[in-house]
Design a protein around this ligand. Structure first.
Ligand code: SF4
Length: 384
């Protein structure tokens, strides 16, 4: 299913005059909201609606989503392959990584990665593998190329490769003394289909210095994604909230993504997830994860700000859990995400994950009053 309506007039379509009046009379933010819904948001406008009551945000965001995709909610049968936990970046919010030469490091060989993907494809008919790892500068570019080529040939091109975060691409370029464009071109040539949005966290250099000082800066993150899209590679975008960021920084983050989307139009989806402090360095400062209402609030705000321009907003069941993710479908989310077979990053924080199969996901979506459809890597419907 594609979202093909170009000219949205949300004020007419949602009969929003009455909502704007309520927002103005009761909260004094009618004009802020009007600017956002007309596609002219400012940081101040976004902050003003962050403070609105959650049920109101849910109502508005679900109405917008209904215009975009009706009652349809997509999901994908996929797996995650975390090829190594070795990482020299050492983010303070990450429980997954290990320093090189630690006792419990692992690194899959090319054969192990390919075998794992091919077996999962045969067992579950996955349509996508999300490949991400830590940053291990000793891994050559050829490792990824060989993996991508073999996955494509051994799954008869049935498995799309959604792989490597900005930080991995950046380090590959750095250690191989290549440009970002050269690295992306080589990876695409080998079979890369799209880039996941991981590594954005919150696009603020102040925050990055506090939670992941060795990660590439905000401008590098944007530049890598911009380069990928310029080369025709679609991406997804993310935001990890609930740590040291301010509302203003969240608003800037959303605006940066919107600007990027208006320039390249290849951001397929947005995923907001909350920081999980378990077993991380940041746990000493932030011992508890943001609550469920924060997830719903961020999903609703992202839908209102991105409207149809970033058509798919993910429910984020991985960190939210199935039940809250189900509720998020009434707060602007219209994509469930994937089955995520093989995920290792969240279990590292101490959370356990359910095994989600097609029928279980479809049941969750249906029982929330929506119509599930299975999609591919590019959000197109597929049938079995
Ligand atoms: S989030 Fe990624 S880059 Fe940061 S420490 Fe974990 S694996 Fe490394």
């Amino acid at each position: 299913m594609t979202v093909d309506r170009e000219n949205y007039n949300y004020v007419d379509m949602l009969a929003l005059e009455s909502i704007i009046k309520v927002l103005d009379d009761e909260y004094g933010v009618g004009s802020n909201f009007e600017r956002i819904i007309e596609g002219r948001p400012s940081v101040k406008d976004i902050i003003s609606i962050y403070k609105l009551p959650l049920p109101l945000l849910g109502y508005i965001s679900s109405r917008i989503t209904h215009i975009i995709s009706g009652k349809k909610v997509s999901y994908i049968v996929n797996m995650i392959l975390n090829y190594t936990n070795v990482c020299v970046v050492g983010c303070k919010f990450c429980a997954f990584y290990r320093k090189p030469f630690s006792r419990d490091v692992y690194k899959y060989s090319i054969d192990e990665v390919v075998k794992n993907v091919v077996e999962t494809w045969k067992k579950y008919k996955i349509r996508q593998v999300l490949i991400q790892g830590g940053v291990d500068p000793s891994i050559p570019l050829e490792y990824y190329e060989e993996i991508f080529r073999r996955i494509k040939s051994e799954t008869k091109n049935e498995v799309a490769i959604h792989g490597l975060s900005v930080v991995e691409v950046y380090w590959i370029a750095k250690t191989n003394r290549m440009s970002i464009a050269e690295v992306i071109n080589r990876l695409v040539e080998a079979g890369l289909d799209s880039l996941p949005g991981a590594g954005a966290e919150v696009l603020s250099d102040r925050v990055r210095k506090l939670i992941s000082p060795l990660k590439p800066s905000t401008s590098i993150w944007i530049n890598v994604m911009d380069t990928a899209m310029k080369l025709g590679v679609p991406i997804s975008a993310t935001m990890m909230y609930g740590h040291l960021e301010t509302l203003e920084e969240r608003a800037h983050h959303l605006l940066s993504l919107l600007e990027l989307q208006r320039k390249r139009k290849l951001i397929m989806a947005f995923i907001a997830w909350n920081f999980e402090p378990g077993r991380t360095e940041l746990e000493k400062t932030i011992p508890y994860p943001a609550g469920g209402s924060e997830l719903l609030r961020n999903i609703a705000i992202s839908r209102i700000v991105f409207r149809h321009e970033i058509p798919w907003i993910q429910a984020g069941w991985l960190t939210a859990g199935e039940r809250l993710a189900q509720v998020s479908l009434t707060y602007g989310a219209n994509d469930w995400g994937g089955t995520l077979y093989g995920e290792k990053v969240l279990p590292a924080t101490g959370l356990s994950l359910p095994l989600l199969v097609r029928s279980r996901i479809e049941n969750i979506i249906r029982s929330a009053g929506f119509i599930p459809f299975e999609r591919d890597n590019w959000y197109r419907p597929v049938s079995n």
